[in-house]
Design a protein around this ligand. Structure first.
Ligand code: GL4
Length: 716
């Protein structure tokens, strides 16, 4: 009865402190409790890694409080929610970012000091969460941080790969790939939700069934697996808003397959079930290139299906009429990777919720927006029809039906221009009949986003010209950005302190435009001096790392010239290396007296090559071979060094960027959709050497011609 409940509630409130306290002694107590009860070590003997684990768990507790409050808040308010669907998130480390956003970094540092630990040292113990390839995936991570900070009711959905992006090991100058089993030592930043699970179906056949005097389609699947949710709380800065990145893992399903246990082969039946887990086992390491593999398609549908079941369940909790769906749900497609969601929403609305086709289509047209991240043709996904038909037979039918209606409409608008009709069709009738996922996404989305102004222009005038002429209103762009929380505050704490001191406020940590206030001090020599000191310390930190990783001693008085990003022909690491060879040759041919005029330089290159991308792998080998030659020439000494930094990832970037004097962004113009590394270097006060490509064009406008020099051959 009511009386009993209120006694219970009263008792529960009596037993808990309303919120965990964050003064140093409360923090110490919590950390030591986690050492003893979570990590199960003696509080008198634990190492740095165990201290990190306990620390992480105490931060996690604080995240969970805010995360619960956020859920309750939005459940009551029921706002329109934004769902960000992405197959890749490059989160990197979570500890520093979390305590900074929670506003308790200094308290933790003080608490740890008294216990004999240093915060930075423990933070180094954390491994990267590398569930993505490159810029696209890091953009997703930065967006989650910003959505949380700006108080959006947002959710990220993705896959919880057991193996993230491979570790790069260099042997004899060549790249070798090793598995990144990042979950080996547990992951305190996720919360396993054993009760948030959904069945996901594959294969089988589609049958016609009598229904309400008509016919309807029924998908009889041939395989079923279970999706289990793992929630990663994402705290905003200076707000209690803590949103969720929900990642799905595949588990064997109980609902089907019990048959196989009746055959008597118990062991094989168990082993077969276990195969379900392979769906979420490994991230595809191909950046900007589509491979057409069945497992990849399975991953895409697995995560789309689970996410939509979750989203629709949440909608139905407080709504009964699907016509309200577009008022409550926005689905953002991060590239074409999640675009099966379009066919899946149609399938659920028509086959399971029994809406008629046109009503369902009306809803679909209002809820999707599509961001495309590339102009490279090899990046555009084309799913072979045979593959789709066997894995998702009902979805293929739906895509055909969408295409039929769309082409009929199109004929009315553009007439019987068969060349154009076939270019614009969702179905490609080539040697291999396939589905053009970008066309599907454009036809069914209300907005098609580019990631920089020039990228958007290229989409409108080349890549998707036919579509732009038909639907100019759909085309838009939002130039990429990066979060200053990770790329200044976390990665460059001394610069962060300098900026706050000179601006007299920390408000720029939430509002990046306030950095413009530093302009007033642009000529202040004291500021210059402090900034130089900050850079010097960061260069020393980087030089130590380089020596530890490669044995190469570099001078911090040299200019650090950096190019770090995925290895790609269009990014022209080869051009950089040829330039370094030329520089070496010039030094060698110089009179000794002229050498004093040379600015000593440490060239730093880092990045991974897709395992099947032979030319990119050869570029890595070339870089290491050139480095070997230059670094061992005593005649050149500190005038020139070349370092290939192995296993480039988010944490390495956090270390390298603050220590760079010059950074290179020299893609062949027209190829880099945006680029985001340029912004990270720029906000750390680094000089850019760049082509007018992607977002660099807008950076040029922002900084103004006073702060740049054009190469003489530039045609104005
Ligand atoms: C990319 C683009 O190549 C890159 O220019 C852009 O900054 C990034 C985020 O929009 O997306 N596209 C793909 S694919 N990978 C990328 O990094």
């Amino acid at each position: 009865g009511g009386g009993e409940t209120s006694v219970r509630v009263e008792r529960m409130f009596g037993l808990m402190d309303r919120f965990l306290k964050s003064d140093p002694s409360s923090l110490q107590k919590d950390i030591l409790d986690h050492v003893e009860y979570t990590v199960a070590r003696s509080r008198f003997s634990f190492d740095d890694f165990e201290a990190y684990q306990a620390l992480a768990h105490s931060v996690r507790d604080r995240l969970i409080e805010r995360w619960h409050d956020t859920q309750i808040h939005f459940k009551k308010k029921d706002p329109k929610r934004i769902y960000f669907l992405s197959l890749e998130f490059l989160m990197g480390r979570s500890l520093s970012n979390s305590v900074i956003n929670l506003g308790i970094r200094d308290q933790y540092a003080d608490a740890l000091k008294e216990l004999g630990f240093e915060f930075e040292v423990l933070a180094e113990q954390e491994g990267d969460a590398a569930l993505g390839n490159g810029g696209l995936a890091r953009l997703s991570a930065c967006q989650m941080d910003s959505l949380a900070t700006m108080d959006y009711p947002a959710w990220g959905y993705g896959l919880r790969y057991q193996y993230g992006l491979f570790r790069q090991v260099i042997l004899d100058g060549y790249q070798h790939e090793q598995p990144d089993y990042w979950l080996n030592f547990g992951n305190p930043w996720e919360i396993e939700r054993v009760h948030v699970t959904y069945p996901v179906k594959f294969y089988g056949t589609v049958e016609d069934e009598n229904f309400n005097g008509g016919k309807r389609k029924v998908w009889l699947p041939g395989e079923m697996v279970e999706a289990v949710a793992y929630d990663n709380p994402i705290p905003g800065h200076g707000t209690r808003n803590t949103i969720t990145l929900r990642l799905w893992a595949a588990k064997p399903s109980d609902q089907i397959d019990m048959e196989s246990f009746n055959t008597g082969d118990y062991i094989n039946a168990v082993v077969n079930r276990q195969r379900a887990e392979t769906i979420s086992s490994v991230l595809y390491p191909d950046d900007r290139s589509y491979q057409g593999k069945e497992l990849r398609l399975k991953q895409q549908y697995f995560f789309v299906s689970a996410s939509l079941q979750d989203i629709i369940r949440r909608f139905k909790d407080s709504h009964s009429n699907f016509d309200d769906f577009p008022e409550k749900v926005a689905l953002q497609l991060n590239d074409t990777h999640p675009s099966l969601a379009i066919a899946e929403v149609m399938r659920v609305l028509v086959d399971e919720e029994h809406l008629d086709w046109n009503r369902a289509w009306g809803i679909v047209c209002k809820i999707f927006s599509f961001t495309t991240h590339t102009v490279l043709p090899e990046g555009l996904e084309k799913v072979p029809v045979d593959l789709l038909e066997s894995l998702l037979p009902r979805h293929l039918q739906i895509i055909y039906d969408i295409n039929f209606d769309y082409i009929e409409e199109l004929k009315k608008k553009i007439g019987l221009d068969y060349d154009r009709l076939s270019r614009m069709s969702i179905v490609e009738d080539g040697a291999v009949k396939s589905i053009r996922m970008a066309n599907l996404a454009i036809v069914c989305s209300h907005t098609v986003n580019g990631v920089s102004r020039v990228h958007s222009e290229l989409l409108k005038t080349r890549v998707f010209k036919d579509f732009y002429e038909l639907w100019p209103h759909k085309f838009d762009y939002k130039t990429n950005g990066v979060t200053q929380r990770r790329w200044i505050v976390v990665s460059n704490p001394s610069l962060s302190a300098l900026i706050s001191k000179w601006l007299g406020t920390e408000a720029w940590i939430r509002d990046v435009d306030l950095l413009a206030g530093l302009q007033e001090q642009a000529a202040n020599v004291d500021l210059h001096e402090e900034w130089r000191m900050v850079r010097k310390v960061n260069k020393m930190r980087l030089a130590e790392y380089i020596e530890a990783m490669s044995g190469i001693k570099v001078s911090v008085n040299a200019m650090f010239d950096v190019q770090i990003k995925r290895i790609h022909e269009y990014k022209r690491q080869l051009l950089n290396i040829l330039g370094i060879i030329h520089r070496y040759d010039c030094i060698k041919n110089m009179e000794k007296s002229d050498r004093t005029k040379v600015v000593p330089r440490v060239c730093i290159i880092g990045g991974k090559a897709a395992p099947g991308y032979e030319i990119a792998k050869k570029i890595i080998k070339l870089c290491n071979a050139v480095a070997e030659k230059i670094n061992n020439d005593p005649d050149v000494g500190d005038l020139l060094k070349l370092v290939f930094i192995p296993d480039y990832n988010v944490s390495v970037a956090e270390l390298v960027i603050p220590g760079a004097d010059l950074s290179q962004h020299i893609s062949t113009a027209g190829h880099e959709a945006s680029g985001t590394g340029n912004m990270k270097f720029l906000m750390n006060g680094c000089l850019l050497l760049a082509t007018e490509d992607g977002s660099t064009v807008e950076i040029i406008e922002e900084i103004g011609e006073d702060n740049m020099e054009f190469e003489r051959s530039r045609l104005k």
